[in-house]
Write a new protein. Structure first.
Length: 165
């Protein structure tokens, strides 16, 4: 995996995956899409869709654990703090040879810079929340969220997917 290339690709994803508007119905559709796809693929995930301060959709599939729920919370906190994908922040930390504690004073008990949380961005408003999954390897968590956002926004996932690792 080429970190610099992935960071460029994630930036392109973040720029492209912008909703014209986002409401509770859209949050439900996004969460339900993730739930159905994860279930069909046999993935034991925690799924969380929220605006900052307000949960809009949550699901834990069969086999998901309380750890998955906590990881989702901590990854979502990274998006809330940085307004960027948790995977992008994790890759930046890896590049710098640092941790969120070292570089930003953010405790690991509250923040996880691992893939799976992605900003919910609305045109004209900016980042308003996050969509998070936890249960797969971090790159796969990230890509599942990107796939879901592409499906909701009717964009070609193949054009936005990260290069095969």
């Amino acid at each position: 995996m080429d970190i610099a290339h992935d960071l460029q690709s994630i930036l392109a994803q973040e720029k492209a995956l912008v909703f014209p508007r986002f409401d509770t119905d859209r949050a439900w559709q996004l969460g339900a899409w993730l739930h159905e796809v994860a279930k069909a693929r046999g993935a034991a995930l925690a799924i969380d869709v929220r605006t900052f301060g307000q949960p809009l959709f949550f699901s834990a599939l069969e086999g998901a654990t309380p750890d998955n729920v906590d990881w989702a919370r901590r990854k979502g906190n990274v998006v809330a703090h940085f307004r960027r994908s948790s995977y992008a922040i994790g890759l930046r930390m890896q590049q710098a040879g640092a941790t969120l504690v070292d570089k930003h004073g953010l405790p690991a008990s509250e923040y996880a810079s691992h893939g799976g949380a992605f900003p919910l961005t609305v045109a004209g408003a900016g980042v308003i929340g996050s969509v998070t999954v936890s249960g797969l390897p971090q790159r796969a968590d990230h890509e599942l969220v990107v796939e879901a956002l592409c499906a909701q926004l009717e964009l070609d996932y193949g054009k936005l997917a990260l290069a095969k690792a």
